[in-house]
Design a protein around this ligand. Structure first.
Ligand code: GLA
Length: 391
């Protein structure tokens, strides 16, 4: 609360007027269901208790003024709503411009505004800092300009920014989790019907720890897009013989084995990962319903193995973190989370072992790689919100 007051005061000092709306959008953790979203499959995910905060007000000028002091200290960026232009590589304002363009496509016009942004999320690490920024601006605009869209459509606006403005063919998971996250619960989402099927509480006495490997490969976007194309290629070949199959979501593990000879080796491996992940999500729900945390944890380890061998979206650093998880007491399961090719691992840890676990994994990783990992104990948070402030 105190932080919020300071943030709002900072807005007033910078722009000479009070903020009209405060919006917050969380980052997310993908718990299980890796690269299944764009295959219309199932994902178990959650929002985290921190993310992006935005203070915003109309400014009556002919352009928008935006500031993100941690990202660009002391710098005011300007956005001309009549001349937004193409995305500029590495520019954080791309995410705002993209949202404005996506809304224009829906015949929604934004008026000039001032905005102050802060984010507690590690950038480009698998916790969806970009989706939180997109979702945060969606909700800020929604409240400031009274825009009515269905919640899933807001998630699509954010996805459109990635897919069209930035050229990353990502699925809907990140924005969807940031919009639909439920406090203290995992959400099970179906990306064919685009809905939250149900929520599942994380068992009491366990904690989700994030360990950021701090290493990100620079070909992430092109690798991501090629994985997607390989999955779609595999689905198309299976569909040629089995017309009920539209995407890999429709392929059972048994059907995949039956079709193995129709696929090339790479397509088979990619499909095996996605089909396996959908299956593991279903198994995980059963385990959580029975409070069988040990088997749930094993599914996380299996998911990582499949990323490593089949989807090839792991790295030596991520593999090492998951290997450590198997040797340090207190951890039931661990895997890479998000797109992969670097970034974070998640660790399901007994609450009473949390502190010793965090220290042990920090030391071991540092010793092996020379890099200090970022470690976050994550509360499960609520999805995005925006509130009108008093004048
Ligand atoms: C990234 C993408 C998501 C999803 C995950 C992998 O986070 O943005 O759409 O595909 O990778 O599950």
């Amino acid at each position: 609360m105190q932080n919020e007051q300071n943030f709002l005061q900072e807005f007033e000092q910078l722009f000479g007027r009070k903020a009209a709306v405060l919006a917050k959008a969380p980052g997310r953790l993908e718990i299980l269901g890796n690269h299944t979203d764009y295959n219309e499959g199932f994902v178990l995910s959650c929002a985290v208790g921190f993310g992006v905060t935005i203070a915003i007000a109309e400014n009556g000028l002919d352009r928008c003024r935006v500031r993100n002091p941690e990202f660009a200290p002391g710098k005011e960026e300007s956005i001309d709503l009549n001349n937004i232009g193409a995305a500029i590589p590495g520019d954080w304002t791309n995410y705002i411009k993209g949202v404005i363009l996506e809304l224009e496509k829906r015949n929604i016009k934004i008026k000039p505004f001032d905005a102050l942004v802060k984010s507690d999320l590690p950038v480009s690490s698998g916790m969806s800092s970009s989706a939180a920024l997109e979702t945060g601006f969606c909700f800020a605009f929604k409240e400031l300009f009274g825009i009515e869209l269905a919640k899933e459509e807001w998630a699509r606006v954010g996805q459109g920014v990635e897919n069209i403005y930035l050229g990353l063919k990502s699925g809907l998971l990140d924005q969807f989790s940031s919009v639909f996250g439920q406090k203290n619960a995992l959400i099970l989402s179906d990306f064919r019907t685009v809905e939250v099927l149900r929520t599942v509480p994380l068992p009491e006495g366990y904690f989700l720890i994030v360990v950021n490997s701090m290493i990100k490969h620079n070909l992430v976007d092109s690798e991501y897009n090629s994985r997607r194309a390989e999955c779609e290629g595999a689905a198309a070949k299976i569909s040629a013989k089995h017309q009920a199959v539209k995407t890999l979501r429709d392929v059972s593990p048994a059907l995949l084995e039956e079709c193995k000879d129709d696929l090339d080796a790479l397509e088979y491996k990619r499909a095996k990962h996605v089909v396996g992940e959908c299956d593991r999500v279903k198994q995980a729900i059963n385990c959580l319903d029975k409070n069988d945390i040990a088997t749930f944890g094993k599914l996380l380890f299996e998911s990582h193995e499949s990323s490593r061998n089949n989807f090839e979206n792991s790295t030596v650093e991520l593999d090492y973190l998951v290997e450590l998880a198997q040797t340090i007491p207190g951890c039931l399961g661990s895997r890479l989370s998000g797109g992969g090719f670097g970034g974070i691992t998640i660790h399901l840890v007994k609450a009473d072992a949390k502190d010793t676990y965090m220290n042990a994994i920090r030391e071991a990783y540092k010793l092996q790689t020379g890099v200090e990992p970022q470690i976050l104990a994550c509360e499960i948070g609520q999805g995005a919100i925006a509130i009108k402030l008093e004048k």
